[in-house]
Design a protein around this ligand. Structure first.
Ligand code: NAP
Length: 537
């Protein structure tokens, strides 16, 4: 008997801390933690105490005999991680921070954002002992949770359970929330600097990257960032997206590309049981897209999707997964690959490609090709593809081209910006090129990579740097972010979100869904301020 970690793993490593026999790897201190697709339990060392099950925020851990059928493969996945070279013993966990010369003092920090990176940073600050910590969280929107609400795929409701922990942080004593405040527009960085010991930006990376090829402005051509914002009901996302034609081409083969493929081809009945935005649900019900072609510019061994997302894609009912590659390409890729997990992913891709076709719809993986232009007059009618060496060129008919080649952070007023990476330059979270006191965490710090729990370790590093600066006396000596300041900002507090949340959940209960999302900014404001309730009485 052993415990097994499955698909929803968020890498937040709460299980690592809880495990009494150190059988879960990689730990946040291990060199491969940042690139790890998930965490794994060593079946040889697991003592089946279940301590990890109790602390997992997304319910991703089961005992082997209780594994749901769709997760049966994960027993082998967990074991395979430990089958490579002998594992070095885990590094000791980082010791909790102890204030040395500032015991009993107050530390006031402004955190910008309320997504995972922001909530982990706030929780890290509030975990300090012997210091009176106050955290003010500024959120541009009227809803919290950033990427969990607007980025995580609607059919990943298990991952969205992470909001339970983030909610506890937002409600903690010592935390004030300022919703509907755009830092840079409603309050300036300078105003925050004057009032807090430190300002931590955790604003993510929300803009989709694109190739800059001809045809990107045609109807039917968009970035995955826009498509995801639309189907997740982001108030700043496109109001309308038409799902055009019979075939969609997705450029890039990361996990977002796979999310997009499941959205475009997955069973509409199953999507109805999620919090997918209503407009996207209607569009899906009317869509005639039957084929999604996912393009990787390099070979299969460089595919950016993770193994667990591939397993999910291959097991999603309603469509087949096909690998369209010349004979021998997968075999050669497997031969070139050495790590046990990377090999396992390719072997599974090969297994999937040998499955007989059973469905009318299909996802096709192609490798070694990239679009050179998008074809059409007003709307997309195809894409011109070329091989990596610029050699072969072919045209592929399609009604949509979705570029899923990663995200970029936006430039923030008064902060330095590295345009090549779309992030803020920093050293261990401290923004460089300006006075100490400004920090970054999450995707705006390290770029768009890693899963939600990766932000926990990232936040810890940033907070440690901030504390070191505080102890060295390099931060402002006092804070004036008092009640008068809060009144001056005049933001919506947590009660606005509580009204939105209750409104959405109650609509969801009636419709048999987790929630029915409000997507219109005016409607969100009406519900948050109870304007509609007041006028209807
Ligand atoms: P990603 O994993 O970085 O994948 C980007 C893809 O775009 C890669 O295939 C990349 O190919 C390709 N690409 C980049 N530049 C290109 C170019 N100029 N021409 C052609 N192709 C290009 O990005 P993502 O899918 O947006 O995901 C972002 C992060 O979120 C990742 O860490 C991902 O794992 C995470 N995420 C996780 C989940 C989940 O756990 N369920 C879901 C969604 C996202 P190359 O490799 O050749 O550069």
């Amino acid at each position: 008997m052993t415990h097994v970690i499955t698909r929803a793993c968020c890498n937040d490593a709460a299980c690592v801390v809880a495990c009494p026999v150190d059988c879960i790897r990689p730990t946040p201190e291990d060199p491969d933690y940042l690139s790890a697709e998930m965490l794994y339990i060593d079946p040889e060392s697991c003592i089946d105490c279940g301590a990890c099950v109790d602390v997992c925020p997304v319910g991703a851990i089961s005992v082997d005999y209780d594994l749901a059928p769709e997760f049966a493969r994960y027993e082998e996945v967990n074991a395979r991680y430990f089958s490579g070279d002998e594992m070095p013993p885990p590094d000791p966990p980082t010791a909790p921070w102890q204030p040395t010369n500032r015991v009993g003092e107050s530390l006031r920090v402004a955190v910008i954002g309320t997504g995972p990176a922001a909530c982990y940073a706030a929780a890290e600050l509030l975990s300090l002992r012997g210091v009176d910590v106050g955290v003010d969280m500024y959120e541009r929107l009227l809803t919290p949770y950033g990427l969990v609400r607007f980025g995580v795929a609607p059919d990943h409701q298990d991952t969205k359970q992470m909001t339970d922990g983030f909610w506890r942080t937002l409600r903690r004593q010592g935390v004030r929330t300022f919703f509907g405040i755009d830092v840079g527009r409603d309050v300036t960085h300078g105003q925050l600097q004057e009032r807090y010991h430190a300002v931590v930006y955790a604003v993510g990376a929300s803009d989709g990257r694109s190739l800059g090829i001809d045809g990107e402005d045609l109807a039917g051509a968009l970035t995955a960032a826009d498509l995801v914002a639309w189907y997740n009901g982001h108030p700043d996302g496109p109001r309308q997206v038409e799902l055009r034609g019979d075939r969609a081409v997705v450029v890039g083969n990361g996990n977002v590309a796979l999310d997009v493929a499941r959205f475009l081809l997955g069973d509409v009945g199953a999507l109805r049981a999620t919090d997918l935005a209503d407009a996207a649900l209607d569009a899906r019900a009317a869509s005639s897209i039957g084929e999604v072609v996912i393009l990787g510019r390099r070979g299969p061994e460089h595919a950016a999707f993770t193994f667990k997302e591939l397993i999910e894609l291959a097991d999603t009912p309603g469509f087949d997964v096909v690998v369209e590659a010349p004979e021998g390409v997968l075999d050669a890729a497997i031969d070139r690959t050495t790590g046990p997990m990377a090999r396992m992913k390719l072997e599974f891709l090969q297994e999937v490609s040998a499955r007989p076709a059973t469905a009318a719809r299909r996802v096709i993986f192609r490798f070694g090709v990239s679009p050179s232009s998008i074809l059409g007059e007003r709307s997309v009618r195809g894409v011109e593809l070329s091989t990596a060496d610029g050699g072969d060129v072919e045209s592929l008919t399609c009604g949509m081209v979705i570029q899923s080649i990663g995200y970029r952070g936006r430039q923030l007023p008064d902060l330095p910006y590295d345009a090549s990476s779309g992030s803020v330059p920093h050293v261990a979270g401290a923004v460089t090129g300006i006075e100490p006191g400004t920090y970054v965490t999450g995707w705006i710090k390290r770029g768009p990579q890693g899963v939600i729990g990766t932000n926990k370790r990232c936040a810890r590093e940033t907070v440690r740097t901030l504390l070191a600066h505080w102890e060295e006396g390099r931060l402002a000596q006092s804070s004036t972010a008092d009640d008068a300041w809060a009144d001056q900002v005049g933001a919506m507090g947590l009660e606005g979100w509580m009204r939105i949340d209750e409104h959405e959940r109650s609509a969801g209960r009636e419709a048999g869904r987790p929630r029915v999302k409000l997507t219109d900014p005016e409607q969100l404001a009406d519900v948050a301020t109870a304007r509609r309730l007041q006028t209807s009485h």
